[in-house]
Each structure stands twice: as structure tokens, then as C-alpha cells.
Design a protein around this ligand. Structure first.
Ligand SMILES: NC(=O)c1ccc[n+]([C@@H]2O[C@H](COP(=O)([O-])OP(=O)(O)OC[C@H]3O[C@@H](n4cnc5c(N)ncnc54)[C@H](O)[C@@H]3O)[C@@H](O)[C@H]2O)c1
Ligand SMILES: [Zn+2]
Length: 376
């Protein structure tokens, strides 16, 4: 049977409810297919007189050009600023350049920033929006799977310093998010598959039936079959939205569940040298290790470790650190102790006790961690 035309995918709206004391910061995430040309109308309806599109160079001539055209058609005076692709753009020099360009454009609070790209451009443009003139409204139009299911939702923005990733930042909620799965068609395979690791993460931490659905639809997801992809994005985005609603600033510990697989993952990412593993690949290895650690500590049924490994493998994600190269467990433990999420050097991990349920576990015995890290 032929793939149904993409436009048969329904457009869904996910509400992120963040009532504030002074201002209501609630917003909507539109997800589905055929949405890119609707961005202008949405932003204009939010009162934009002027818009500045901040675009990843990889999508500047395609998706971002359509966003800019739709903004102009909706009556907003629109300028596009292009940012070179890659993590190195997410730093002080590029933030400084964008601040200067906004100043030259005399951007004011009637100017809406529209970020078009992956997590790099979303974090950078969000941070620039949060800080310029003490805060410009920002819209996110995520064009990577990671950005659609994770980074565009929740208001964490930031840039990297030499001393570490995401060290400078601000919580700055967007005015809205438009996640059009059609934009993912141009994403390289490796980037796309890497994003699927975060999708698996949502099933594992919050939703056993979504996890089971993923097990049954791995082939469709790998083929980017639109119906399956739309559901994977919608479900993941709404799970992230629920967490953000309940724990916007990571105080109750609920938002920390989103770090499942990330303590191990960051350690492998760092030890392998940035660039060798994509973030999602490192997270896949990290989730496999975290589940193994949970089983070692007697918190999780062995069978679940195998189920998660099989799902990751069926999505062509790594489950062993072979791709990271030879790394000593001691090196990884040192890195994990330095992680800004560890408390006074004590090791803490988000560990599952069943599919769909995780807990933040403090003061894990380093010997158990080392045993898990020593496994092939
Ligand atoms: N704020 C948060 O809550 C949060 C959450 C997760 C990750 N992040 C951040 O997100 C960043 C990673 O995001 P990412 O994985 O989207 O990486 P990315 O933004 O670097 O995009 C990955 C690659 O895909 C290219 N690209 C983007 N869209 C494309 C498209 N539609 N077609 C073809 N190529 C395209 C980019 O140019 C880049 O080369 C990291 O900096 C990470 O710290 C933030
Ligand atoms: Zn992640």
C-alpha cells in the first residue's frame, strides 16, 4: 500500500500550561504535517509587527525561507539572520553577534524572534531572545527530531563556555512552538536516529504503553513513515510538556527524570571527545547502562534490560560503548562526579524500576557503577 499523503496527518495542539503570578506564560505546541507555512499567521496573531528569523544555515534556504515568507505574507516586517550549523555556534561570540544585529535592527519588544533549526539554534536564539532588551518574545520552529521532542519545549535556553556546555543560560518560555514533521525529511539519517533515543527515553520514564507502541513500530519509524513519526513526535512532546508543567525549574525532581540515561551518556560523550558520538547515541548507551545498573542494584527485572536493549537496537541505536572507543571506567566515574547534576561529587542516577517508571537514586555505590561500566 502506498504511503498516505502527508496532509492526511491531523494537526494536534498540545497545551503547556504555565500560569504565572504576574503573567500567564502558557503556550501551544502545534504538531503534525504541512504546518511550516502557518508560522507567519500564528506569530502575527500573537501581535508581531516585526519578526527576526534566526536560522540554522542548513535550513536557511529551505524551511526558514518558507517561515520568513509566511511572516511577510502575514504582514510582519521580517529579517533573517543566519547562523552556521554546529555546536560551536552556541557560544558567546555568536550570541554577541546576534545581540549586535538586533541592536542594529532596533529590535524592541514588539519584535518577535523566530528560531528555525535544531537544538543549537533553539538554545542560542532562545537565550538571545531572553537577554536582549530584557526579553523579546520567541517562537520555536524545530527542524530536528531532538528539537521537536525535547529542546524546543520547556524554556531552557543557553550557550556553552570553554569551561562547559550550557553553563550560561536562562529559563525563557516560548510564545509558541510549531513542530512540522515534514521538515525532518531533509535530516541526515544519523541525526534522525539519534533523536529516536530521546523518544525511547519518554516511553521508558513515563509511558509503558508508548514504549510498547515503539516496539511495534520501529520499522515505520526508521522509514520516517509520516503517521508513525507524527505520533512519536506528538506523544513525546506532550510527555515533555507534562513534565515541564509540573516542574518548570527542576525543583521537585520530576524534571530530573528527563535526565534518564544522561549521566552515563554525558560521560561517554565527553570521554569519547565531542563529535565522536552524537548526543542521542550517547544517551542510548547511557540508558542501556542505567538499566543494567538498576538491575545490578536489584531495582529492575533483568527482562526489562533486554527489552530496552532490543528496542534501541531495532532503531539502529548503540547499546554498548564500542562506538565510544576504549575508555577506562575510572575516567567515566571521574567525569560523572564532576557532572553538574551530581551532588557534591556523590553519584546519582535516574534509574527505572519498571518500564514507564523511574526514580532519582542518590549516593549509588561506586563499586556497582564500576561493575556496570566494565561490562563490554
Ligand atoms: N534546551 C533544552 O532543553 C535542550 C534539550 C536537549 C538538547 N539541547 C541542546 O540541543 C543541541 C542539540 O540539538 P540537535 O540535536 O537538534 O542538533 P543541531 O541543532 O546541531 O542539529 C543537528 C544537525 O542537523 C542540521 N539540521 C537541522 N535541521 C535540519 C533539517 N531539517 N534538515 C537537514 N539538516 C538539519 C544542523 O545544521 C546540524 O548540523 C545541543 O546543543 C543540546 O545541548 C537542549
Ligand atoms: Zn538529551
Amino acid at each position: 500500500m502506498a504511503t498516505p499523503p502527508a496532509r492526511t496527518i491531523p494537526v494536534r495542539t498540545i497545551h503547556v500550561r504555565l500560569p504565572g503570578e504576574a503573567t500567564d506564560r502558557s503556550y501551544e505546541i502545534a504538531c503534525g504535517s504541512g504546518l511550516i507555512d502557518s508560522v507567519g499567521g500564528r506569530v502575527a496573531a500573537d501581535g508581531a509587527r516585526r519578526a527576526v528569523v534566526i536560522a540554522d544555515a542548513a535550513v536557511a534556504g529551505s524551511h526558514a525561507a518558507r517561515v520568513a515568507a509566511s511572516l511577510a505574507a502575514a504582514g510582519a516586517a521580517t529579517t533573517t539572520l543566519e547562523v552556521p550549523s554546529g555546536e560551536s555556534s552556541k557560544g558567546v561570540p555568536m550570541a554577541g553577534r546576534l545581540w549586535a544585529e538586533l541592536a542594529a535592527l532596533a529590535a524592541d519588544r514588539g519584535t518577535q524572534i523566530v528560531a528555525v533549526g535544531g537544538g543549537v539554534v533553539g538554545d542560542l536564539a532562545g537565550f538571545v531572545a531572553a537577554t536582549f532588551a530584557r526579553g523579546l518574545p520567541v517562537w520555536h520552529v524545530p527542524t530536528t527530531l531532538v528539537a521537536q521532542v525535547d529542546s524546543a519545549i520547556g524554556g531552557k535556553t543557553g550557550i556553552n563556555l570553554e569551561a562547559g556546555k550550557n553553563l550560561v543560560g536562562a529559563f525563557w518560555q516560548p510564545r509558541g512552538v510549531v513542530a512540522d514533521i515534514d521538515t525532518l525529511a531533509t535530516l541526515p539519517d544519523r541525526e534522525y536516529i539519534s533523536g529516536l533515543a530521546e523518544v525511547v527515553k519518554y516511553g521508558m520514564i513515563l509511558d509503558a504503553s508508548f514504549f510498547a507502541w515503539l516496539e511495534g513500530h520501529a520499522a515505520e519509524l526508521l522509514a520516517r513513515e509520516p503517521q508513525a513519526l507524527a505520533w512519536a513526535v506528538e506523544r513525546s512532546a506532550s510527555l515533555k510538556a507534562q513534565v515541564v508543567e509540573q516542574d518548570e525549574r527542576e525543583v521537585s525532581g520530576l524534571r530530573a527524570a528527563l535526565n534518564y540515561g544522561h549521566t552515563f551518556g554525558h560521560a561517554y560523550e565527553t570521554a569519547a571527545g565531542y563529535g565522536r558520538l552524537l548526543h542521542g547515541e550517547a544517551v542510548a548507551i547511557g540508558m542501556a547502562r542505567a538499566a543494567r545498573l538498576a538491575a545490578t542494584l536489584g531495582r529492575l527485572d533483568e527482562a526489562v534490560v533486554g527489552r530496552q536493549d532490543r528496542l534501541l537496537a531495532s532503531l539502529q541505536l548503540p547499546t554498548t560503548p564500542a562506538a565510544a572507543g576504549a575508555i577506562e571506567p575510572a575516567t567515566l566515574i571521574t567525569i560523572m562526579g564532576r557532572d553538574k547534576k551530581s551532588l557534591h561529587g556523590r553519584l546519582r542516577f535516574v534509574l527505572p524500576d519498571a518500564i514507564g517508571r523511574v526514580e532519582l537514586v542518590e549516593g549509588v555505590d561506586p563499586a556497582a557503577v564500576e561493575r556496570v561500566l566494565s561490562a563490554p
